[in-house]
Structures are given as structure tokens and as C-alpha cells.
Design a protein around this ligand. Structure first.
Ligand code: C2E
Ligand code: CA
Ligand code: CA
Length: 404
């Protein structure tokens, strides 16, 4: 059984000659050797499966060494011991490695499954930093299963049009008048329940179908915006992957053209972290959008791995001050000073300012007194679906008409 699953009963998998078991550079066993060893260990356990463990190792920060000192230096390091410093020319370099372990038969009873599990464990080690060790566990297996379920459900929901868009008002702080709405993705799955966009948007990015998701969302959001008074804008979040893809502007502009939304009514929210991932492409995308009349705002300002230089280098229209500074503003002097500084800096740079996450009247008042022009948050309105947004608008305009 194990023999067949390992695929080693086939004639072309006969034991290779010993020379091909060895990696010529390091003299260590190679992948074929590993496969053969796993096969032998598994075969020994055919009647009484006692566990054994395989490990995959990956050198941390090896690529920069290869790039910096050349592949010969990299090759030389591969031949030596791991944690001691290496002398490369007049420099000493230290290396560390991350490991992923998989225990037979729990983490897989075929060679391929075992390696896949060790690889998953290794990936998790790398994500945690340098010199980390992870053993593929029941918990990881459960998470992997959940991720597969999430991926399938999300793909199906996108195809079936099951991802919805809600809208949250952005108001003029002096008059409380809505100036536009931010589109926020919403998904409630029959089995998984409510899944936050903070979970499924990065997930769609990671699995490579963010474009599809973003295009359906923008189409829905732009259609809804057509029913609003023309002076109201639609603000749409761009994900970091979209800001690294040079085709983004063409594709999104084509969608709003199809729907018939004036690009001057569209704003795109980007984050500093996303803009920094590939600053050159991000800048090109921003320029293309702005040339078409679309405005660009910097979201979550103050929380990213930002530098103020970005505000100078990128041509932007608006800055959204993160909720972290807004929620403490009535009581916390530090937050107040930070907001004050951001507002005056934006004034000098001719950027509009929105404060996010306003939950109380006192926060709105304080922000207004600091000269912040626009606000958004539960105090003014929670995100609501397209129909509720229309009701909100008609009530607002009816009230104004009543006052007049
Ligand atoms: P974000 O862009 O910073 O959106 C603001 C988040 O704050 C939203 O969470 C909103 O519901 C929430 N919020 C608004 N006012 C308040 C308030 O007064 N108090 C509190 N506590 N929260 C408030 P949500 O809808 O869960 O979205 C989370 C994140 O998911 C968004 O953060 C954004 O990064 C991402 N996201 C949502 N929709 C999309 C989308 O269509 N595309 C992309 N790329 N990302 C999206
Ligand atoms: Ca946003
Ligand atoms: Ca935000």
C-alpha cells in the first residue's frame, strides 16, 4: 500500500545510482536521497507505523548574500557550518536557517504529502522571521482545511455575485452634509457566516483573485452611485496587489466607463504601505488615474510604515486620518496634537482631510475646532446597503428642504 502510494514500485523509480543521491556542491544528500530514505523508512513501518520526522530547511537572507557577494560566495557558504560567521572578503557574515518539520504518518503518508506539510510548516517559520522552527500540527492542518473551504466559498460567491457593497457617508464637518460615500465590501456565507473584508480581501490577494473581486465590487458600487445626487463622490478602496499591477488603471477606468460613472466622481483610497511596496509602479498608476480625473486619497494615515516624503513624492488629493488618532481626541492631548499637525500640514500641501472612525459628537466638535474639513464614522452613519443609502439620502434632502 505504502509502496504504491509512494510511487516507488514503478520500474522508473528504481533506486538510482549512488552518485545521483548526492548534491555535487555540498556533498549532502539530495532530493532523490530524501525520497528514497522516506520510502525505506515507510516500508520498514509497513506493519507497525511508528512515527519519523522529515525537515525542510531554508537559509534566511541567503538571496541578498548571493546578490551582494556573487553566487560563488553563496556556494562557498552552502558548504560550511551554519551559525558560525563566514569571512567573505573583508566582511564577516552570519547566516541562520528556518525549519519546517512533518511527522510521518500524521502529516502525510506519501512522500509528496509529507513534503507538502513540511513546506507549509517552513512557510510559517519564514513568516515569523529568522531562525524559526515549526512542526506541522493538527492545528495547522485544520487551518489549511479552513483556508481551502474559505477559498472555494469566496470564489463561488464572486461568480454568483454574492459579495455585496455597503456605503458609509463622508460628511462636511461644518454642516454635517454628506459629500460622498466609502464603498465597503460585505460577505455573509451560508456556512461560514459573516466574514470581515479585513479577512477576505487580503485572502483574495494572496490566492490571486483580487482583480476579479475588485472588478465586481467596483461595478456594483458605481451602479449604486449613479442613483445619488451628482455632486456626491464614490470612494473605493484599492488593495496593495492592485497598486503593484500596471494594468489596474486601464481595467478600473474601463469598468466605470461601461457603467457610465463620471471619473471625476470616483476617489480611490490607497495605503502608504501599499504605495511603498513598489513605489514606482504605484506612482505611475496614481498618475494615470489622476489624469483621467479620478482623485486619490491616502487611507489610514499615520499607521503605515510611512514617511512624510510620500506626501511630497506622490500626487494625492486627500488624506484620511486613521481612527487610532480620532478615538482618543477628546481626552488625549497627544492625539490632539498629532491631528492638529496633520491638518495644518495638509493645509500647506493643499490636501483635503477626512477624520475616520468618529463615534461621538464630542470628537466631531473637537475635529471641527482643529480645522478638519471632513469626517466619517458611526456617529454620522454606519455602512449600509444601497437601498438604505438611498433612504438616508432622501431623508437628508427632505430634512434640508423642510428647514428651508
Ligand atoms: P478601511 O478602509 O480603513 O475602512 C474603514 C473601516 O472602519 C470599515 O471596516 C468601517 O466599517 C469601519 N468603521 C467606520 N466607521 C467606524 C467607527 O466609527 N468606528 C469603528 N470602530 N469602525 C468604523 P470594514 O468595513 O470592516 O473594513 C475593514 C477593512 O477592509 C477596510 O478598512 C479596508 O481596508 C478593507 N476593505 C473593505 N472593503 C474593501 C474593498 O472593497 N476593497 C479593498 N481593497 N479593501 C476593502
Ligand atoms: Ca478605506
Ligand atoms: Ca481607513
Amino acid at each position: 500500500m505504502i509502496l504504491r502510494e509512494l510511487g516507488l514500485d514503478r520500474p522508473n523509480r528504481e533506486k538510482p545510482r549512488s552518485a545521483s543521491f548526492v548534491d555535487p556542491l555540498t556533498g549532502l544528500g539530495n532530493a532523490v536521497h530524501l525520497e528514497q530514505t522516506v520510502f525505506s523508512l515507510a516500508a520498514e513501518r509497513a506493519n507497525d507505523p511508528a512515527p519519523f520526522t522529515i525537515a525542510l530547511a531554508n537559509l534566511d537572507g541567503f538571496k541578498p548574500i548571493n546578490d551582494l557577494f556573487g553566487p560563488e560566495a553563496g556556494d562557498q557558504m552552502l558548504k560550511e557550518a551554519l551559525s558560525s560567521p563566514f569571512a567573505l572578503g573583508d566582511r564577516n557574515v552570519r547566516l541562520s536557517a528556518s525549519f519546517g518539520f512533518a511527522v510521518y504518518p500524521f502529516a502525510g503518508d506519501t512522500f509528496d504529502d509529507l513534503v507538502k506539510s513540511a513546506d507549509t510548516a517552513l512557510y510559517r517559520s519564514k513568516r515569523r522571521g529568522r531562525g524559526q522552527i515549526t512542526v506541522y500540527s493538527q492545528e495547522i492542518a485544520k487551518e489549511m482545511k479552513h483556508a481551502t473551504q474559505l477559498e472555494q466559498a469566496l470564489r463561488n460567491a464572486i461568480i454568483a455575485g454574492g459579495i455585496d457593497v455597503h456605503f458609509q457617508p463622508i460628511v462636511d464637518l461644518r454642516s454635517d452634509r454628506p459629500l460622498g460615500f466609502e464603498a465597503l465590501a460585505r460577505w455573509c456565507d451560508a456556512d461560514l457566516g459573516y466574514v470581515s473584508p479585513a479577512v477576505f480581501v487580503p485572502f483574495a490577494e494572496e490566492r490571486g483573485f483580487i482583480d476579479r473581486l475588485a472588478e465586481t465590487l467596483l461595478r456594483k458600487a458605481a451602479r449604486a452611485a449613479l442613483s445619488w445626487p451628482e455632486e456626491l463622490f464614490l470612494s473605493f478602496n484599492l488593495s496593495s496587489v492592485q497598486l503593484m499591477d500596471p494594468t489596474t488603471s486601464d481595467r478600473l477606468l474601463a469598468i466605470i466607463a461601461q457603467v457610465g460613472l463620471d471619473p471625476r466622481r470616483l476617489e480611490l483610497e490607497i495605503t502608504e504601505t501599499a504605495a511603498m511596496a513598489d513605489a514606482e509602479i504605484a506612482q505611475r498608476i496614481i498618475t494615470e488615474f489622476r489624469a483621467a480625473g479620478v482623485r486619490v486619497s491616502l487611507d489610514d494615515f499615520g499607521t503605515g510604515q510611512s514617511s512624510l516624503g510620500r506626501l511630497r513624492d506622490f500626487s494625492l488629493d486627500k488624506v484620511k486620518i486613521d481612527r487610532a488618532f480620532v478615538s482618543g481626541i477628546s481626552s488625549d492631548r497627544a492625539s490632539e496634537h498629532i491631528v492638529k499637525a496633520i491638518v495644518s500640514m495638509c493645509e500647506g500641501l493643499e490636501l483635503a482631510v477626512v477624520a475616520e472612525g468618529i463615534e461621538h459628537a464630542s470628537e466631531a466638535l473637537k475635529l471641527k475646532s482643529l480645522g478638519c474639513g471632513m469626517g466619517q464614522g458611526y456617529f454620522f452613519g454606519k455602512p449600509a446597503d444601497a437601498d438604505a443609502t438611498m433612504r438616508y439620502l432622501s431623508e437628508f434632502y427632505r430634512d434640508i428642504a423642510g428647514v428651508r
